[in-house]
Every structure is written in C-alpha cells, then in structure tokens.
Design a protein around this ligand. Structure first.
Ligand SMILES: [Zn+2]
Length: 242
C-alpha cells in the first residue's frame, strides 16, 4: 500500500478528443520516478511525482502522454447509473430496476424486478443500500459455511467499497469484502470468499493456503481469472449518476 501524501492537487488536461479531464497530482517521498496511472475501476487519472520533480514538469510529462491516456480511458467500461430500467446482475440473476414514485420509499425484489418507491433523487442511494444489504447477507452466509468447513472462527464480516481490492482478512479474523462482488458471477464471489476464509487458517499465499481455497471453492481458478479480466467492470455500476 502506498501512503497518501497530504498535498494533493488537481490539474486540468485536454485530450485529443477535446474532452477536458482532471488529473490528480501528488508528491511521494517514496516515488523514484514519475508514475502516471489511469485507474480502470473509475477512470481517474493519477500522477505521482518524486519530490525533486515539480508539478509543472510532471504535467508536461502528462501532456506528452495524452494519446495513451485517451486510449486507456476509452477502455474504461461505461457507467451503469442506478435509475429506472437499469439492469443489475445480482448473484447471477439479472434484475431490472423499476421506479414507482408513488409508492412509499423502500426497495424490494419482486421476481425479476427491483421495485423502488419514493423520489427519483433518492433512488440511487436506495438501490445502493439494497445491494449492500444483499451483499452482506450473501457473503456472511458463505463465510459461515466455509469457516465451519475449515474449522475456524471469524470475528465479523463487513462490506465496503474499496477501489483496488475485493476482500481482506485481519489477523484477528475480521473479514471485509467489496459489496460489488454481489454483481459478479457467483463463481467469482465464491472464490473471493474462499480466499479470505482460507486466510483464517493461513495468513500467506503459500501452497497450504491455495489447497484450502481449492477445497472450499470448486473451480476457484475460473473465479480468480474472471476477476483479473473483468473485475474493473464491477465499478461501472452506480457510476455516471446524474
Ligand atoms: Zn490473500
């Protein structure tokens, strides 16, 4: 993990397409060279500079890379805003968001529909809360089953929204997951849960650890591969909200 310096600023950049974007710029004591990154999860552009490099030098480096930046941004999957008609793959089933403004506020599943009442401006938050609730329940149930199979106790399960990781397990046995896994294929969800539960037995990625993962989850390789190839697409949900 990198420690985030306090001094972070934003600079504007024009792309060849004419689009204006913001680049987040920060200095890092540990950086040995200029690092330019387009975060595929959310399409943000980050520039990390060694202390000896000024912001204006850094930005001229960025301007020499605009074509590369444009190409990377073009690969960022388009957002799927939470709105009436949005289709969400929830634990392997595609649900369609249906907004009924005259119904009282609340979200519930009816067959293949996700029925949301209340004001339109509250809908994105309501859908997100509902998804997080489903994620918490689905993941906690899986953790319980797998931890029992492994004969290990865990402290608690929580869901969050990290940008770069799908799960983590503390030495004390607190396990946290990205709620977005609920939008992934079930085998990818199962793989991440198996991975974190296996850390209750082995706090490393050694041979015994992977043997536990394989035992807890059939076809863990395909789940792992799916996340490697398509994991960033899970961040498109709820993006592009107006
Ligand atoms: Zn791990």
């Amino acid at each position: 993990m990198t420690t985030r310096a306090k001094t972070q600023r934003r600079s504007c950049l024009s792309l060849p397409s004419g689009r204006e974007i913001e680049v987040s710029v920060r200095h890092s004591r540990r950086a040995r060279r200029i690092v330019l990154q387009v975060v595929q999860a959310n399409g943000t552009v980050e520039l990390v500079l060694p202390r000896r490099v000024s912001v204006s030098e850094g930005m001229s480096f960025v301007r020499s890379k605009v074509r590369w930046i444009q190409a990377r941004l073009d690969q960022v999957p388009e957002g799927v805003p939470f709105a009436d008609g949005a289709r969400l793959p929830v634990v392997g089933r595609t649900l369609t968001v249906r907004h009924y403004p005259l119904l009282p506020p609340g979200t519930r599943r009816e067959g293949r529909d996700l029925v949301v009442g209340g004001r339109a401006e509250d809908l994105p938050r309501a859908v997100m809360q509902w998804l997080r609730g489903v994620a918490q329940a689905e993941i906690a149930a899986r953790v319980e089953t797998m931890a029992a199979r492994l004969g290990k106790n865990f402290e608690r399960v929580s869901v969050r929204d990290p940008v770069t990781r799908w799960g983590s397990c503390s030495a004390k046995g607190s396990i946290s997951f990205s709620w977005r896994l609920v939008l992934a294929p079930v085998h990818a969800l199962d793989y991440v849960v198996a991975h974190e539960v296996a850390h209750l037995a082995e706090m490393n990625h050694g041979r015994r650890f992977w043997a536990h993962v394989d035992r807890l989850c059939n076809g863990s390789d395909t789940g792992r591969e799916w996340l490697r190839l398509h994991g960033a697409t899970l961040h498109r949900f709820g993006r592009g909200q107006v």
